[in-house]
Design a protein around this ligand. Structure first.
Ligand code: MLT
Length: 372
C-alpha cells in the first residue's frame, strides 16, 4: 500500500453536482460564468439540490420556505452571549451554533429523505441569521429579522447592517454567493461526506464541514488575504513585501489551487467586482495592490489567483468585518455541502480508506515500572 499525499488526484466518489474539467467549473452542467452573470443564489441552491433549475413556481416556493425557516431558536442566540464573544473567531462560534441547532430540531435524527431535505432548507435558511446575529451581538447590537420582500443576498446585508443595501452591493454579494456555492470534492465537502457516510445526521455533517472550512488552507484564506493587503498598506509597498515573502519561501494567500492549472474561473468575476466596488468606496488602492500582487505572483511563481484573492477586497468594500469573510463562505457553501450530503445518503457507502503504516515494527509491552 502506498499513500497518495493529500489524496492528490484521487477520485473518491461519483457525483452529479459540480465538475471541474479543463479548468472549467460547472454546476450540474451549467458553466459558472453563465450562472455568475445571470442566476440568483436561490436558483443555484435549487439547482444543486434538485439537479435542475427551478420554474418560477418552484423558485417562489423555495424562497418562501427559506424565509419561513430563517428564525433561530432564542436559546442558540443566547448561547452566543455566553461565549468569550470578543475573543472567539466567528467561524468557531458558528460551528458551535450549528451543532446546537441540531439539538433544537426534533427531526435531527430522522433519516428519511423528506426529513433530510427539510433539514437542508432549515440549515440554509438559518446560516445567514446565525452569522449576522453573531456579528451584531458581539457589538452590543440586537439581531435583525429578515425582510420577506428581500432576496437572500439582500437580506444578509440587511440583517448585518440594518440598512437596505444598494443594488450594486446586492449584485456583488449575490455573485459571490453563486461563485462559492459548490466546488466538487474540496476539503470541507469531503469532510461533510465522510461524516454523513457513517449515517450520522445532517447537522453533524455541516458542523464538521465548517470545522474544515475554517482552516487557512481552505476558506480561512480570504481573511488572510485582507490581512496581507492591510499590512502592505499601499501600492508602493507591494514589490518589497511580496518579494520578501517569495524569497523567504512563504505562502502568498489566495494563489494557486490543487485542481486548476491555468487559473480559477471564479477569480475574474470577483476581480471585476473588486475594481467596481473599490472605485465606488474610494479605496481603489486595494484593487491596485491586488492586481500588482497578481502580476508578480503569476509571472514569478506561475500561480494564478484563486476565489479567495479578490473576494477579500469585494467583501471589504461592502463594509464587512474581515473575520466574517470565511463565515460568509460558509453561508454560500452550505448549499453545496447539503447537496453532497443528500447525494451521499442516496447512494451511501462508509468512507474508510487505509493508511500506509510508517511506525516501528512489532514491539512487546513492558510494564511501566520496568521502563527505563
Ligand atoms: C473551494 O472553493 O472549496 C476552494 O477553491 C478549495 C478547493 O476546491 O480545494
Amino acid at each position: 500500500m502506498t499513500a497518495t499525499r493529500g489524496l492528490e488526484g484521487v477520485v473518491a466518489t461519483t457525483s452529479s453536482i459540480s465538475s471541474i474539467i479543463d479548468d472549467t467549473l460547472t454546476y450540474v452542467g451549467y458553466n459558472i460564468d453563465d450562472l455568475a452573470e445571470n442566476a440568483s443564489f436561490e436558483e443555484v441552491i435549487y439547482l444543486l439540490w434538485h439537479g435542475q433549475l427551478p420554474t418560477a413556481g418552484q423558485l417562489n416556493e423555495l424562497k418562501e420556505q427559506l424565509a419561513k425557516d430563517a428564525a433561530v431558536p432564542q436559546e442558540v442566540l443566547n448561547q452566543f452571549k455566553t461565549f468569550p464573544i470578543n475573543k472567539v473567531h466567528p467561524m468557531a462560534a458558528i460551528r458551535t451554533a450549528v451543532s446546537s441547532l441540531g439539538l433544537f430540531d426534533e427531526e435531527a435524527d430522522v433519516m428519511e429523505k423528506d426529513a433530510n431535505y427539510r433539514k437542508a432548507v432549515r440549515l440554509q435558511a438559518k446560516l445567514p441569521t446565525l452569522v449576522t446575529a453573531f456579528a451584531r451581538i458581539r457589538k452590543g447590537l440586537e439581531p435583525i429579522a429578515p425582510k420577506r420582500d428581500l432576496g437572500f443576498a439582500a437580506n444578509f446585508l440587511y440583517m448585518l447592517t440594518g440598512e437596505e443595501p444598494k443594488d450594486i452591493a446586492v449584485e456583488a454579494f449575490n455573485k459571490a454567493l453563486v461563485l462559492h456555492a459548490d466546488h466538487e470534492l474540496n476539503a470541507s465537502t469531503f469532510t461533510a461526506r465522510v461524516c454523513v457516510a457513517t449515517l450520522s445526521d445532517v447537522y453533524s455533517g455541516v458542523t464538521a464541514a465548517i470545522g474544515a472550512l475554517k482552516g487557512p488552507l481552505h476558506g480561512g484564506a480570504n481573511e488572510q488575504v485582507m490581512k496581507m493587503l492591510t499590512e502592505i498598506g499601499s501600492v508602493e509597498n507591494v514589490d518589497s513585501y511580496i518579494h520578501e515573502k517569495l524569497n523567504n519561501k512563504e505562502k502568498i494567500m489566495g494563489f494557486g489551487h490543487r485542481v486548476y492549472r491555468k487559473g480559477d474561473p471564479r477569480a475574474k468575476h470577483l476581480r471585476e467586482m473588486s475594481e467596481k466596488l473599490t472605485k465606488l468606496t474610494g479605496e481603489s488602492h486595494f484593487y491596485e495592490m491586488s492586481t500588482k500582487i497578481e502580476n508578480i505572483v503569476t509571472s514569478e511563481k506561475g500561480l494564478p489567483p484563486n476565489v479567495d484573492f479578490y473576494s477579500a477586497s469585494v467583501y471589504h468594500s461592502l463594509g464587512i468585518d474581515h473575520d466574517l469573510f470565511t463565515p460568509i463562505f460558509a453561508v454560500s457553501r452550505v448549499s453545496g455541502w447539503l447537496a453532497h450530503i443528500l447525494e451521499q445518503y442516496e447512494n451511501n457507502r462508509l468512507i474508510r480508506p487505509r493508511a500506509d503504516y510508517t511506525g516501528p515494527g512489532m514491539q512487546t509491552y513492558v510494564p511501566v515500572e520496568k521502563r527505563g
